[in-house]
Design a binder for this molecule. Structure first.
Ligand code: PMP
Length: 400
């Protein structure tokens, strides 16, 4: 029956982990996957998460959640993103549903817009973007196009190209924006640029679709990282927003996320809610309960919340300290050719190093240092035990 099924290519990111696992070099380093590691290279269970979980484990039942999830979680998560004084929240005009982490939020959002957004079926993504965006939106039923975002020459934002392409998009198009800590580049617009983008999207009647997978992870400050979507809402945009608690709570495999749409009234919200349910029910009926309970406990308990905020900041600060250390090793210790200041200025979990594909291949083959072929490294994979070996390896690859 399946003789005509062609073999597909391996996942470009998860393939890196497979190659890493097969490598027997004790010095090997995996900077491919975007999961936080602590100072000794181990996965990190946030103490606030462990405490929240311990309080209900073995006691909470395993009943189904409603289609749109755990209400105590969804309302607190929306408040976290939009801010407690957000107008659509206060007016009861925010349609929200729990989602299967950030990926599921994007997929629900894509499918909802494909079904109901009246103005367009085309979504514009930054070039480059997270590798899963294109298949998610294509499989949701949207056409996927690109706008310029990253300038290889400056290893920074292609601001002029971005504005030109967004201005040239047909009226009503959907524009995907990474709310903070752009993946894979680590390059974000400044606040002034966000403000200008808000005007440009208004002028073109374009629909802002925010992906916020790293709230708190970029700067260590939950509110600062939510600046862009909050600003757009304040400026009167109606937005879509996808949230993930994979990174900022370390709940990767628990699949905790939220999808929301701002609407113009409680009555409109109720209609949107009803259609979100109709969309979700045949997909997976209802979302997983365990991680949502953990996130709900943290977001609703002032003591745990404060503890969690400190832990998010701890993760962000460790990443930022690795950026400084790597910059110093390349620039001051090894005198590696090139300007490495982007490593310090980039934001969030990733750095787009500017290493070429042949250099990344040589690093894997000769030094057992693994990263994606585009030269993206997960800063969280670096620590005091491996950063010197890494810098020495990069220096060798650049000097050839
Ligand atoms: N969006 C972006 C930009 C991401 O980097 C990620 C995680 N790599 C996600 C969404 C979704 O991840 P998850 O489904 O694990 O929440």
């Amino acid at each position: 029956v399946w003789s005509a099924v062609p073999a597909g290519p391996p996942d470009p990111i998860l393939g890196v982990t497979e190659a890493f696992r097969a490598d027997t070099n004790p010095l090997k380093i995996n900077l491919g996957v975007g999961a936080y590691r602590d100072g000794s290279g181990k996965p990190y269970i946030l103490p606030s998460v462990a405490a929240a979980e311990a309080a209900f484990v073995g006691q909470a039942d395993k009943e189904y959640l409603p289609i749109t999830g755990l209400a105590s979680f969804t309302s607190a998560a929306a408040k976290l993103a939009y801010g407690a004084d957000s107008a659509p929240l206060k007016q009861g005009a925010l349609a929200v549903t729990q989602s299967i982490s950030g990926t599921g939020a994007l997929r629900i959002g894509g499918a909802f817009l494909a079904r109901f957004y009246p103005s367009s079926k085309t979504i514009y993504l930054p070039t480059p973007s997270w590798g899963n965006h294109t298949p998610i939106f294509r499989d949701s039923g949207l056409d996927v196009k690109q706008y310029r975002y990253f300038d290889k020459r400056t290893v920074g934002l292609d601001w002029a190209g971005m504005l030109d392409d967004i201005r040239a998009a047909p009226k009503g198009s959907i524009i995907l924006l990474h709310a903070c800590a752009h993946n894979p580049t680590g390059v974000d617009p400044t606040r002034a640029q966000w403000a200008e983008l808000s005007h440009v999207l208004k002028e073109g009647n374009l629909f802002p679709f925010f992906d916020m997978a790293y709230q708190g992870f970029a700067s260590g400050d939950i509110d600062a990282d939510a600046f862009a979507p909050r600003h757009f809402v304040q400026q009167g945009h109606q937005i879509a927003l996808c949230q993930s608690f994979a990174k900022n709570m370390g709940l990767y495999g628990e699949r905790v996320g939220l999808f929301s749409l701002t609407t113009s009234s409680p009555e409109e919200k109720a209609r949107v809610d009803s259609q979100l349910k109709i969309l979700i029910r045949p997909l997976y009926s209802n979302p997983p309960v365990h991680g949502a309970r953990i996130a709900s406990a943290i977001l609703n308990d002032p003591g745990l919340y404060k503890q969690w905020e400190g832990e998010v900041k701890g993760m962000a600060d460790r990443i930022i300290s690795m950026r400084t250390a790597l910059y110093n090793l390349l620039t001051n210790t090894h005198h590696t050719p090139g300007d490495w200041s982007h490593i310090k200025s980039q934001i969030g979990m990733f750095s787009f190093t500017g290493l070429t594909q042949p250099q990344t291949e040589a690093l894997a083959a000769k030094r057992s240092v693994y990263m994606t072929k585009d030269g993206r490294i997960s800063m969280a994979g670096l620590n005091e035990g491996n950063i010197e070996y890494f810098a020495e390896s990069v220096d060798g690859a650049v000097k050839g």
